[in-house]
Design a protein around this ligand. Structure first.
Ligand code: DGL
Length: 284
């Protein structure tokens, strides 16, 4: 006789990657480069982006809807490719919802894997975090960094205009230069000894060229994709029971809550691919 848990735990499916919009594509790209053999479903809640200025309750509600949708589509493992959702919803989903939904599935975030690299990168032990209002106010980065590196001084700075610049295709314009320079200067004026800056929002690597242009060259900029990818690979090596439940045919589907045409247009640029297959879905 199989128990319900045994039956559930033998289910297989793609790895789900979720973000409020396009940002999680920077995480997906890193993961697929390292682990191209796995199947993936990317879900962007572009219709309701940005999450960064929304309340805890709303970010939790929207993120839970996305996780449930990815579970319905067969994902056994979901990565919240979004710092705001990782900061505001991950713990509640892991502790409150997963035990009821399916205790054998997993939902992982992007903050912890990013924080793990910090101690070996900063020489001055002064680290800056650029993120959404939600991520910075949650204090998740200083809390997680201090668990591993208590002597590192952490300064957070919210950049509420950066996500809309990406979502509304303004990432190459002069408006982007204005806001990026202003916010980097704002962060460094709070702590001039910073030698390492974490781009603590998965949208920000899409603004990389301008961020690099306005950041002094001695400062190390950290984009999360590669760190999250390495951490996921390590997780799957340590958890063969989950690895066997992740299907491996090298496929990738894209889902958006907004216009399919707009998603296709932007995803092709952000992923550097010729074509992406996108479907519309509703989360409400
Ligand atoms: N890309 C997301 C993050 O990493 C969220 C951006 C937003 O929706 O405000 O925080």
């Amino acid at each position: 006789m199989h128990s319900p848990a045994d039956i559930l735990s033998s289910a297989c499916g793609p790895i789900g990657v979720f973000d409020s919009g396009y940002g999680g594509l920077t995480i997906l790209k890193g993961i697929r480069q390292l682990m191209p053999e796995y199947d993936y479903i990317y879900l962007g809640d572009n219709a309701r982006t940005p999450y960064g200025t929304r309340s805890f309750e709303i970010v939790y509600e929207f993120t839970l809807q996305a996780v449930k949708k990815l579970f319905d589509l067969g994902c056994q493992l979901v990565i919240l490719g979004c710092n705001t959702a990782s900061a505001k919803a991950l713990r509640s989903i892991q502790q409150i919802n997963l035990p009821q939904l399916d205790p054998t599935r997993r939902v992982l975030g992007v903050i912890r894997p990013t924080v793990e690299c910090i101690g070996s990168l900063t020489k001055t032990k002064h680290v800056g975090i650029l993120g959404t209002v939600g991520t910075i106010k949650s204090e998740s980065y200083p809390i997680e960094i201090h668990k591993l590196w208590p002597d590192v001084q952490v300064t957070g700075y919210a950049c509420p205009m950066w996500v809309p610049l990406v979502e509304y295709n303004e990432f190459t314009g002069e408006g982007a230069d204005y806001f990026i320079k202003k916010d980097i200067d704002g962060l460094l004026s709070q702590d001039p000894d910073i030698d390492t800056i974490i781009l603590g929002c998965t949208h920000y690597p899409l603004l990389w060229e301008k961020i690099r242009k306005y950041t002094p060259s001695h400062i190390h900029l950290i984009s999360q994709g590669d760190y999250v990818a390495k951490s996921l690979k390590d997780y799957l090596e340590r958890h063969p029971e989950m690895d066997t439940r992740c299907t491996k045919k090298g496929s990738c589907r894209f889902l958006t809550t907004e216009s399919v045409e707009k998603f296709e247009e932007s995803a092709v640029i952000f992923l550097g691919q010729e074509k992406v297959a996108v479907q519309h879905i509703s989360l409400e």
